[in-house]
Write a protein that binds this ligand. Structure first.
Ligand SMILES: [Fe+2]
Length: 325
């Protein structure tokens, strides 16, 4: 069993039309405990990948029916296969080929004949990296499910994940955000209130007016959420959105009372998405508003000074454009 809990040997697909070098790769990989599938490339490689789901592909660059560079480039652009590490192999170990392998986003480049000392450490590293990413994705799912369970405490229906994801994706693209920023928005949509986990039901679900102390306790959810999500390495946009998702443009929000563009840009964008989603979603205590009414309320809030007025205008244009499509 590896450190990520997988007891299955990693599966490597070797694609090489040359029988001797293919046999050599297969022997080396077998000797190190890998399950190996081999093909001379005279088959539908996409079908072979889809059927076998390899953990890594060792791909010859020059084959009669395939150009390895082209195939690698296609696999890296396909969502189904882009996470499978690919090591390209060639007899011509020149700078041009190495450069080309980087252009097509190959994960490794080895010259033939393969050397044990170079092949096996590289395969091990790439397989472990793939399993780490898979494990992190599973952990992310666990975190989402916890966040959903927490949200159900105060909202029976919660919001539709697919709907919020779609809205964050489309509005992020409309604002020309980069893919990492868009992904941060999507993840924050699921995680922003995870900090309410520490607030007792008696306060979170209280029907009457909250006391000042209770209000202060509820405000703590942004700090707790920020702390929970801080270990998300390389995704520091998310804890930042969580901390600042209750700030207001005029400084009357919490926790830091930031004013205007002191509020991080992604937190401003996230607020707009979150508010629109809440207004247009059905809740046990309210009906879903239509687009027009939701935009009117958001415009009123911008006029009160709570939101970035330009951003609310942009959002209204974006929604109108979406409605026309
Ligand atoms: Fe919140």
């Amino acid at each position: 069993m590896d450190i990520f809990g997988s007891s299955q040997p990693a599966k490597v697909l070797v694609v090489d039309d040359h029988p001797f070098s293919r046999m050599m790769a297969v022997d080396l990989l077998h000797s190190d405990g890998y399950e190996v599938i081999e093909t001379d490339g005279n088959v539908d490689i996409l079908e072979t990948i889809s059927v076998n789901s390899p953990d890594l592909i060792l791909l010859d660059v020059k084959m009669p029916d395939y150009n390895g560079f082209e195939l690698c480039s296609n696999l890296k652009q396909d969502q189904q296969t882009q996470n499978i590490p690919i090591i390209l192999m060639t007899v011509s170990d020149d700078n041009q080929s190495r450069l080309k392998s980087q252009e097509v986003h190959a994960d490794g480049f080895l010259s033939k004949p393969l050397e044990r000392m170079l092949l096996l450490p590289e395969v091990q590293l790439l397989v472990q990296r793939k399993r780490l990413y898979e494990w992190l994705e599973q952990m992310q799912q666990v975190l989402f499910l916890i966040a959903q369970a927490i949200e159900k405490r105060y909202s029976q229906e919660g919001s539709s994940c697919a709907r919020v994801d779609q809205l964050a994706q489309a509005f992020g693209e409309y604002l020309n955000l980069n893919p990492v920023e868009i992904n941060d928005l999507i993840l924050a949509a699921h995680l922003h209130d995870i900090g309410t986990v520490v607030i007792p039901d008696a306060i979170l679900l209280k029907k009457g007016e909250l006391t000042p102390n209770e209000r202060e306790l509820i405000k703590q959810h942004v700090f707790i959420g920020e702390q929970i999500c801080r270990p998300l390495q390389n995704r520091q946009g998310i804890p930042q959105i969580i901390r600042h998702h209750h700030e207001r443009w005029d400084g009357s929000g919490y926790p830091d009372g930031l004013i205007g563009n002191e509020i991080p840009w992604l937190a401003q964008v996230f607020q707009i998405i979150d508010i629109y989603d809440a207004l247009t979603s059905k809740r046990p205590y309210k009906k879903a508003l239509n687009t027009q009414n939701a935009l009117e309320i958001m415009t009123e809030e911008a006029q009160k000074g709570w939101r970035n007025p330009d951003l609310v205008k942009k959002f209204a244009s974006f929604i109108q454009q979406q409605e026309q499509q």
